[in-house]
Design a protein around this ligand. Structure first.
Ligand SMILES: [Zn+2]
Length: 152
């Protein structure tokens, strides 16, 4: 009887630590910074340096952002990015959407999930947050990023 070799679990880690988190119900939220003085939001998250030029606060709280927003603008990437940016091989065109979060007054750029291209999008369309694999690193870890999909 040989010993059993455990199959390593597929490991996934965010490509950018701290940009999103999953709550108890399994929903993924982007994490933003919110000024404790003037309530201005910022993404990607940071804990200092309020982005409001009229505010001199240096304290931002890390808070979950709205999971839904509307398309403010979008485009489609038809060319593989040059190294060192990771890109699947063979390259597949993908859409990128700038999604407005109404409550926060933010526009968050993100890739759009596979299978949805620019022709499928319109300005004002409701989108919801998800995550997708971005690339696999040299250690075999699948690095994930936030992404937008058409809201159901
Ligand atoms: Zn502020």
């Amino acid at each position: 009887m040989g010993s059993l070799t455990p199959v390593p679990a597929a490991t996934t880690e965010p490509a950018f630590a701290g940009w999103f988190a999953t709550d108890d119900s399994g929903d993924t939220h982007l994490i933003g910074g919110k000024c404790t003085a003037c309530a201005t939001y910022v993404f990607p998250p940071r804990e200092t340096n309020c982005p409001n030029p009229a505010c001199d606060s240096d304290t931002l709280a890390l808070v979950p952002l709205s999971r839904r927003g509307t398309v403010w603008s979008y485009t489609e990437n038809r060319y593989a990015p040059p190294p060192p940016y990771p890109s699947p091989d063979p390259f597949e065109p993908f859409a990128v959407a700038a999604v407005a979060l109404e409550e926060e007054g933010l526009i968050v750029l993100g890739k759009v999930v596979e299978g949805t291209l620019a022709a499928d999008l319109t300005v004002g369309m409701e989108m919801e947050l998800t995550t997708m694999a971005l690339y696999t690193d040299d250690a075999g870890v699948v690095r994930t990023t936030h992404a937008w999909r058409i809201a159901k």
